[in-house]
Design a protein around this ligand. Structure first.
Ligand code: GBH
Length: 484
């Protein structure tokens, strides 16, 4: 294992969080149990043709019922934290147009207590792609500004019921992925897409993604303000947002491709983070979208100072960016209208960045982790960072227990985290995606990310090599830091 433990002697800071990450729809199952109502993903997955294997998350890995056993597995790994998300439709089955479902509240109370009892810190995301179907029907999901009031109401319920014990809140998981896939390519609910992506059944507007994003950003700002004015003093927690990140490298040394790289970042990550930290959209977006870019109101910007306590970074893959202003190329999914990603489709041309994994969107490039953490550090200065997700996915065929490739992946990416920390990145946690194989969105159960194999029929969990490796890694690194 020598070659994969290059940064062996690095000591993580004392309170560094090591954990695993999950999300409600991908893990829980129990889809109408104890008063839960339908979510957008319950409905979307019931439409034929949307999910690779035609599956749904009705049962998933039955975490709703099996969480005590799963938390035992985490305790055995030696993690000191668990990142999970709450199901909005479980807590507010009809959004703010109905009552709080005490069945859902009781469930999460039991679960949070069980997490704490095992010496772990709950790190809770309010919404990880799933929202009550009621709000899709009423508002078209994030397209209507009124949904901010729903989100604020939901956040308030969560802070009120769980905030005495939850000290880490993330408002959104990967809102950039939500809007790009939900309103641009149309591959996620609510299946709307832009002209650029041709075969739209509805949507057909290039502007919808930025409108949905704007409403999400304003919802985030509202929840943070609420937390800071009404809860923070007593509860003393932290609140942030989790972004999907792609590290972009220019495909050539030309200035045009370098500028395209900046546009690619602007239309994916700084799109959300700049407004939340600086109160404005990135310059590249303003230049390209002009009047199409929504404006923040005076109220939004009132008392504007950094509406984040931390930035969560989900880092998996990296891509080349290529200029599309001066030459034709496949448009990037981000929608800058002026940059293209050289992505999985270009693998045949040998133009991918990093090593292909067999999963089409995903190439291994550990250096991208270091670069991304340094980019966030330089741009957002003293805002703490958490690697809220990182992990390795394999197609079913590769779902062996001897997952050496996953071990190598995690080890190399963790080395990259250490290098960034040595260079000054204030990284405070690392969450592996994921403890268990689970429902991998449009890939259904065909792509496995677990350190534990799950038999989806018997629900049996079996550790892979990576589970033993992660346990050893944490033991090694935490043992030192404990006796600092
Ligand atoms: C994260 O997203 C999610 O937070 C998590 O729920 C998920 O299980 C995990 O990663 C592993 O995938 O339309 O070709 O781009 C990672 C980013 C973006 C990867 C959407 C898959 C869909 C395929 N994801 N992408 S594509």
């Amino acid at each position: 294992l020598k070659e994969i433990n290059a940064e062996e002697n690095f000591v993580f800071p004392k309170n560094f969080l090591f954990g695993t990450a999950s999300s409600a729809y991908q893990y829980e199952g129990a889809y109408l149990t104890d008063g839960k109502n339908l979510s957008n993903w319950d409905v979307f997955t019931s439409i034929p043709g949307k999910i690779a294997d035609g599956s749904q998350g009705k049962v998933a890995v039955d975490h709703y019922h099996r969480y005590p056993e799963d938390l035992d597995l985490m305790e055995d790994l030696g993690v000191n934290s668990y990142r999970l998300s709450l199901s909005w439709a479980r807590i507010l089955p009809k959004g703010r147009f109905g009552d709080v479902n005490m069945g859902g509240i009781d469930h999460y109370n039991r679960m949070i207590n069980a997490i704490l009892k095992r010496g772990m810190e709950p790190f809770v995301t309010l919404t990880h792609y799933d929202i009550p179907q009621e709000l899709v029907v009423r508002y078209g999901s994030w397209l209507d500004p009124q949904i901010r009031e729903d989100f604020e109401h939901y956040a308030e319920i969560c802070f009120r019921y769980f905030g005495d014990r939850v000290k880490f809140w993330a408002t959104f998981n990967e809102p950039n992925v939500q809007v790009v896939l939900g309103y641009r390519t149309g591959t996620y609910p609510p299946s709307r897409c832009s002209k650029t992506f041709g075969n739209c059944t509805h949507g057909d507007s290039d502007v919808e993604p930025v409108v949905a994003a704007h409403n999400i950003i304003r919802s985030h700002l509202a929840a943070v303000s609420l937390y800071r004015t009404k809860f923070k003093e007593q509860q003393r927690g932290k609140i942030g947002i989790v972004m999907n990140t792609i590290w972009f490298e220019p495909v050539s040394d030309s200035l045009a491709d370098k500028l395209a790289t900046e546009r690619a970042q602007a239309f994916f990550v700084t799109w959300f983070l700049d407004p939340v930290v600086f109160g404005r959209y990135p310059r590249e977006m303003q230049e390209i979208l002009g009047e199409d870019l929504p404006q923040f109101t005076k109220d939004d910007l009132k008392s504007f100072s950094n509406k984040l306590d931390f930035i969560g970074i989900n880092q998996y893959t990296s891509r080349y960016a290529k200029d599309c202003l001066h030459s034709a190329c496949e448009p990037g999914k981000g929608g800058s209208r002026a940059e293209g990603y050289v992505n999985a489709n270009a693998l045949k041309d040998g133009l991918h960045l990093g090593e292909p994994t067999g999963v089409n969107w995903f190439a291994t490039y550990p250096q991208g982790m270091e670069e991304m953490l340094m980019y966030a550090t330089e741009r957002y200065k003293d805002i703490p960072l958490y690697v809220t997700e990182n992990g390795f996915g394999e197609n079913n065929t590769g779902a062996l227990l001897n997952d050496y490739r996953r071990v190598k992946f995690m080890s190399n990416y963790l080395d990259a985290v250490k290098r960034a920390m040595r260079k000054g990145a204030d990284v405070r946690g690392y969450f592996a995606w994921s403890l268990l194989d689970n429902f991998e969105w449009i890939s259904g159960y065909t792509v496995r990310f677990g350190m534990y194999h799950v038999d989806f029929i018997t629900q049996e969990r079996t550790p892979r090599l990576s589970a033993f490796w992660y346990k050893n890694f944490i033991f090694h690194h935490r043992a030192q830091s404990k006796y600092d």
